[in-house]
Write a protein that binds this ligand. Sequence first.
Ligand SMILES: Cc1cc2nc3c(=O)[nH]c(=O)nc-3n(C[C@H](O)[C@H](O)[C@H](O)COP(=O)(O)O)c2cc1C
Length: 452
Amino acid sequence: MTQRKMRIGLSIRGYGYHPAAWRHPDVPADGTFHVEHYIRSTQIAERGKLDMIFFADGAGIRKVDTPPGSLERSAYDLVEMEPMTLLPALAMVTQRVGLVTTASTTYNEPFNLARKFATLDQISNGRAGWNVVASWSGWEAQNFGLDGTLDYETRYARSEEFVEVVRGLWDSWDPDAFLFDKESGRYFDPTKMRVLNHKGKFFSVRGPLNVARLPQGHPVIVQAGASDRGRELGARTADVIYAIQDSVERCRAYYADVKGRMAKYGRAPDELKILPAICPVVGRTRAEAQAKYDQLQALIDPLVGLSRIYNTFGDLSGYDLDAPLPIDALGDLELRSLSEQFVEQVRRERPTIREAYLRAGVTGSARIGTPADIADEMQHWFETGACDGFNVTPATLPGGGEDFVNMVVPELQRRGLFRLEYEGTTLRQNLGLKPHPGAAAPQPGTTQSAAA
Ligand SMILES: Cc1cc2nc3c(=O)[nH]c(=O)nc-3n(C[C@H](O)[C@H](O)[C@H](O)COP(=O)(O)O)c2cc1C
């Protein structure tokens, strides 16, 4: 029997996932203004045979100057290129790596997004993926004529209908709908065009999509919601779930819960890949790895640190940074699933304020060690029912991604846990997902007509 392989994505947003990443001497401080920065990280991912690159995203700056003075010191999640526009450029300089971006169901219309992802799938020959998010931030809302974000139930209900419409639009054309018959003059067969005529609570969309059938049929659907509603939606509709869990036990429980919900939708557990975030800081020795991490931690400005725990705990700038965090100063928990784990950890361990913000430093669990240490940890999660692979959230870019690919990937390959070569050409194939029944047949017609 062939050994089960990990699926691995590389999150290439911004400067990396450490809040002080942009200040690191090896990180170009204006990197996110230049396409070359993103190209470099994408090509690193492909060199490492990773399944996909992944963009988290928000429609605007999702933070304010709290505490005062923190915003001007923050580069993480501040300004960057718009990923939907960026991905086609990245598609042109790669051949195999999957191209996944977050796009909001609150601040888009289904027709527009269906069309963009369809086109990305065509440009990249079947490597597109969509991370469906319902957008939690009130700051984004203000960029779209709203005072605040939609309520939780409405966001989710809209999101569910949104995905249904997009999927319907992707099925607008049967794989053999286009005839290209110059002789008869018929371009397509109208019996193979499907007009959606969707009328729902949130959307009214006639269709069909004015983009032909996609190489993958449907791009890969990623989801990142961890509440009960989010889990149910993931179990029903997602191909991949991006998870953030801070311990293997918690992730195992999450994995069992979500996979356990799939049977009632007629889905086998393997039709969904659960990939938790991991932030590896790798060194040839443990001391080297620790030194790399310490260097980054020392670069966190206290105001930036405090801003990262502001949403959860409120303004702590008046307190002694080295005194225990006053848990009664708790703010509201708008980003529910992400905050809960952190609050619980603070209750349990009673860190000082400085310790708390230093811990909040990265997205995903920081793993500091040698390639073997990191691979041990990943293998442990993978083989004890906690995940199907990982979404790597490197501390810095491109360096953190490069370290992972240069040092950890060969170790995983040596252990037989990760591919030596891409198995397929599409993201769906490489992730080991079932082909979508509507995947477009190879289209020799295009080249024939070019030659004609
Ligand atoms: C791992 C993870 C990654 C997320 N990434 C994004 C993102 O890139 N952009 C965004 O607007 N929301 C993102 N979200 C927020 C979710 O879309 C969702 O709005 C939020 O988690 C609340 O839903 P929940 O309670 O079901 O988790 C993310 C959530 C999680 C758990």
